[in-house]
Write a protein that binds this ligand. Structure first.
Ligand code: SF4
Length: 473
């Protein structure tokens, strides 16, 4: 299976350069993220008091993560009390081994899956397929991506970069005949095909949006209802969850049930919120008879107690920070080269993966702070990106020309005389390049900037120069 990391030998800058040349990709990502952003704005405005809800969300997540050991222990105790088998995985290989051994113990050959970012993180499909297991993605977007042998490019909308025509072609390769590009036609084919997969699979794998510590319940949010089939039709259900996905109580879930769908897709409520507390009981009409929960650490516990980065564990994976990020909106998700794209990926990926593989991701940001404004649990992603950069510079990984530029900046801005002189010189130097108050093409370090946007020309008089006459007036 092709993976986003197939371009991991390239720097994020090189991957971005390739991505921005793909006009279809840019338009598709912009169109969908615009729609999600506008819908979110409309729904949060009509809901009212959004900032109060965000603060409540932040408090809940901060309290939970600060006491994660206690809530995790409570969650595991409750899970076991209702007959769930719990597996704790320190890293992705322990998690994939745990899943494989459950499947092999059942002599199962086919798995149906609902969408789960943790499953992408541990590359479970590749691992199972390498061991002769057939894995079928059942979320429509994931199904498309699986047929295309690609990885998701958005946390919530995995196939954001695909057109209807491309999807039709993929479905025709998978056996569809005479399909139109109408949504109804495309979804009908997926529904027909996936129904038989649900019924013939021996194992269902889902993710987990939240684990409720007080009840030992696994909560899933979906719009297609596929996760309900995955968890109920096959006899064995495996849940994959990051260790931070805990909420203390059902009352906390009520807050998240507002924050998550409104932020993710601009929906007032999610279509299906399913809560599962243990496997099928004798009085239940349906459900899996055996349930396993695999709880994954994979670098998360390293962030606990870290003043700078602990708050990254507050994330509820809504994807809202992607939809507002000017960098993501330009280059899409694959250019990040990590499972988690966008601002959350730029912060999280270098933390989860030791070493230098994602060390340039914190530079894939304009630091505009839009991600923080969009985040329903107020994670200061822009501050964390700066902290990542500070750490890199302190460890000697900074860019020497950038270091020189900032040294020059410091020298100029520290002395008013030098600042005034530099403004005058910049105006003189830049004026031959300006037309109608804008610099449309430039050279040197500015050339990249002016390739896709204009640079405003410095005004004829600076504020300092105007101020004395303003004061007299
Ligand atoms: S960082 Fe915030 S906005 Fe981004 S995915 Fe996580 S919760 Fe959503």
């Amino acid at each position: 299976m092709k993976h986003a990391n197939s371009t991991s030998h390239l720097s994020v800058k090189e991957r971005a350069k390739n991505a921005v040349q793909d006009e279809f990709l840019r338009n598709a990502v912009r169109f969908t993220t615009d729609r999600l952003r506008n819908r979110k704005q409309a729904v949060t405005e009509s809901f009212g008091q959004w900032e109060v809800w965000r603060e409540r969300g932040e408090q809940i997540r901060a309290h939970t993560i600060a006491n994660l050991d206690a809530y995790l222990a409570q969650f595991i105790e409750r899970l076991e009390a209702v007959g769930v088998h719990v597996h704790f995985a320190v890293d992705s290989s322990e998690a994939t081994d745990a899943v494989l051994s459950i499947i092999q113990s059942k002599k199962a050959r086919k798995v149906v899956k609902s969408k789960s970012m943790v499953s992408e993180e541990i590359h479970i499909n590749q691992h199972l397929e390498a061991n002769g297991i057939t894995v079928v993605e059942t979320d429509l977007g994931e199904y498309i991506i699986q047929l295309a042998k690609e990885t998701p490019s958005h946390i919530i909308i995995p196939s954001i970069h695909k057109s209807r025509e491309q999807i039709r072609d993929l479905f025709e390769n998978a056996g569809a005949t005479q399909l139109t590009t109408e949504t109804r036609d495309l979804t009908a084919f997926a529904r027909r095909t996936l129904r038989s997969e649900f019924l013939s699979a021996e194992i269902g794998i889902t993710g987990c949006n939240f684990g409720i510590a007080e009840t030992g319940s696994v909560v899933l949010f979906t719009n297609e209802g596929n996760a309900d089939m995955v968890m109920n039709l096959p006899p064995t259900h495996i849940v994959l969850m990051g260790m931070e996905r805990i909420l203390p109580t059902l009352a906390d879930l009520e807050v998240m049930a507002h924050l998550l769908p409104k932020s993710a897709t601009g929906q007032n409520v999610i279509t299906y919120m399913s809560m599962l507390t243990g496997p099928k009981r004798s009085a239940d009409r349906d459900g899996a008879t055996e349930m396993h929960v695999v709880i994954l650490d994979n670098g998360r516990s390293r962030q606990l107690g870290d003043e700078q980065f602990q708050a990254v564990l507050h994330c509820i994976r809504c994807g809202a920070c992607l939809n507002v990020c000017p960098v993501y909106r330009h280059m899409g998700g694959h250019a990040y080269g990590s499972v988690y794209p966008g601002p959350i990926g730029a912060v999280l990926s270098p933390l989860l993966e030791k070493g230098e593989q994602y060390s340039d991701l914190p530079y894939a940001s304009s630091l505009c702070g839009a991600c923080f404004e969009a985040c329903p649990v107020r994670i200061p992603l822009h501050d964390m990106l700066v902290q990542h950069r500070q750490k890199l510079v302190a460890s000697g990984h900074g860019n020497p020309s950038e270091r020189m530029a900032f040294k020059g900046y410091e020298n100029i801005f520290a002395k008013p005389g030098r600042y005034r002189l530099s403004i005058k010189m910049a105006r003189k130097f830049l004026s031959p390049l300006a037309k109608e108050g804008k610099i449309r093409s430039s050279f040197g370090p500015l050339a990249g900037w002016t390739k896709s946007r204009d640079f405003p020309m410095l005004p004829k008089q600076s504020f300092r120069e105007i101020w004395p006459s303003l004061k007299r007036e």
